[in-house]
Ligand binder design. Sequence first.
Ligand code: FE2
Length: 388
Amino acid sequence: MPSYHRLGEIPRKRHTVFRQPDGSLYNEHLMGSRGFSGPASLLYHRRPPTAVVNSRLLQKLEWEADPDATLRMRHFRTHELPKTESTTLYRTPVLFNNDVGMLFVQPTATDEFYYRNAEGDELIYVAEGTGTVETQMGELPYSAGDYVIIPRGIIHRWRLDKVAHRMLVIESAGPVRPPARYCNEVGQFLEHSPYCERDIRRPEKPVPHTESGEFRVVVKQYNALTEVTLDHHPCDVVGWDGYYYPWAFSIHDFEPITGSLHQPPPVHQTFQGDGFVVCSFVPRLFDFHPQAVPAPYNHSNVNSDEVIYYANNEFMSRKGIAFGSLTQHPGGLPHGPHPGRAEESIGKKRTDELAVMLDTFRPLKVGKGALAVEDRDYSRSWLAKGQT
Ligand SMILES: [Fe+2]
């Protein structure tokens, strides 16, 4: 997690008397995801966060898998999935296992309710769109290229500017954090890290809402969505401090590491989760050895499924993809550049590609909802011309 942070008003010592202007106590609230031992923050609410008026089940979330287990390369054109009004209710699960889910959503409106994911950390890559994430812990403005990390439990709402949105949601059973090898023993980013504290954006000062009345929060828990109605506005926090809060990092602030010869994917690593890593492929200079082949060599990482979301129309080693394409290269097959791409890459000076890669350590299943936008010819696209 990022470092200790505090915002707004908090008492000098924790668990001590802290009064509101009307003389009543503020409601102290510990927010964390690993009992009393993991990273946590202390929040101070105007109203008790426990004041629930009503709960009702909205929908079960069955992530149904493609029953066809045939091993093959897969390609999904996520931009052809239907747009939905909500940012949170109708996300399409594209790939998933017990560690991580990759879902896609193209929302068109701001939800009228707030949202709390109680069973997963969310890492959302905003491929297109601008707006502000309103959270209990302050507001986080976002724009295209941002990764927004919302640890589980933090109530929030995506307030969309009126522009097109494409969002890739990575929902993680474990915490999402910077790779351990980028940080020293006190959690500070090391000099070789491709990003550091100055690139991390934290919530801006909370604006505590004072409204009472019925406010809806949709909570994801037990693989279902429940609508919980509170008797007050959920964003009523006057201050907080700790290590547990939403944050953002732009892919455009990732500083690529290059070399004289091809650098392997770990140099692109941006986040780690339990059972997966996330990497960013960003515009960069190519390898500068006179005999270098900048395109990647074929490789078999038989313990990993490799998923790439293409965030613009460039990708040097692959053809037939476009902004919005998402490919899955399962661990049971070797993968590498498309025919001709290795030769074409020789002598090239730079690439403008932009892509997000998810490597999992356990196999992924394909969600049934993604089958409608599958490119079924993709698995044969490595054949030489004339063979297809
Ligand atoms: Fe690979």
